[in-house]
Ligand binder design. Structure first.
Ligand code: ARG
Length: 313
């Protein structure tokens, strides 16, 4: 495999990207809405005042990113169709509908997108420490997280699934069958909470990557696993020995982008989300991501090695 993939994305970067604080002006500063010609009635005056405030707010749509000229996002690329690697002519490219959305946000801001792959349980810490601008990784905006972080509007509505091996479908009919058995979930994910709630007597095992959960399911080290439904469906296409046993109920459904509390990026992030949802662009991102994810021979989920290549393990 050629070693041409730029290591732009090496995890190491998480530690290196920092310090510098840049301020960028939104490329389209909204044209001021003037209230010319408004009659001098109280109503018109108050309308005018409102217009001016709105125009001023938009004109001041200024944002700060950790590296000037760049939008730095953290993601955990073990999560097709959200984020994963697609090998294109030997080069692993980070793709998925989260990445397409991130690119759109960066474009809207007139910034270069920089993606830092991080295991899921480290993303919010990097965000908190100011090493990334946004966490875009299929985040569920749970009330616990919302105490410490801000979340964008929902951009994707998924669901939750409980996965078993197809061969066990007669054996496992409900959660009580998993008492004392090994059940997996991704460390730091809301799926850990779902495991604790639904299989409290199981031996709950947290693993850093969904990829690892899948291989332990296949090898028989885990008997069941809580996984985001769209992701489970995608893995099952490539590992037909697995199946979704049943859907799992979850209160805070849907994916949102994680921001630092009080981040000034929220308005532009939400503007892009509402646009891509309204004009069908998001559906295109999802379709493209699903198509790439189904090209199973060229899909890689997990972290690349220090040379930006698929890690051989
Ligand atoms: N939606 C779940 C959560 O927010 C899981 C997200 C995991 N994302 C990933 N790229 N592995 O906890």
């Amino acid at each position: 495999m050629k070693k041409t993939f730029s290591v732009l994305m090496a995890t190491v970067l998480a530690a290196a990207t920092l310090a510098a604080c840049g301020s960028s002006k939104a490329p389209e500063t909204a044209a001021a809405t003037t209230a010319q010609g408004a009659e001098a009635t109280t109503e018109a005056a108050s309308e005018a005042a409102k217009d001016t405030t709105e125009a001023a707010t938009e004109a001041a749509a200024e944002f700060t990113t950790i590296t000037p000229g760049k939008l730095t996002i953290g993601t955990s690329p073990d999560f097709a169709p959200y984020e994963f690697y697609h090998i294109n002519n030997g080069n692993p490219e980070l793709v998925g509908f989260d990445i397409a959305l991130a690119q759109k946000i960066a474009d809207e801001m007139g910034l270069e997108l920089q993606v830092v792959p991080i295991d899921f349980d480290g993303i919010l810490m990097e965000l908190q420490n100011g090493n990334i601008d946004l966490g875009i990784s299929g985040f569920s905006p749970s009330p616990e997280r919302a105490q410490t972080f801000d979340f964008s509007d929902i951009y994707y509505s998924g669901g939750q699934a409980f996965v078993i091996r197809k061969a066990d479908s007669d054996k496992y009919k409900d959660y009580s069958a998993f008492d004392k058995l090994p059940v997996g979930a991704q460390t730091g994910s809301i799926q850990m909470g779902l495991a604790e709630k639904n299989t409290p007597n199981a031996n709950i095992i947290g693993l850093a990557k969904v990829t690892d959960i899948i291989s332990e399911m296949v090898s028989g080290k885990l008997e069941g696993a809580f996984i985001e439904k769209a992701v489970a469906e995608q893995y099952i296409k490539n590992y037909p020995e697995l199946q979704i046993a049943w859907d799992v109920e979850y209160d805070t459904e849907g994916s949102a982008i994680a921001l630092k509390k009080g981040s000034d990026l929220a308005p532009v992030v939400n503007k892009v989300i509402s646009e891509v949802l309204a004009d069908g662009t998001m559906d295109e991102y999802i379709a493209t991501a699903q198509e790439l994810a189904s090209d199973s021979e060229n899909v890689y989920e997990g972290q690349l090695d220090a040379n930006g290549q698929v890690a051989s393990n």
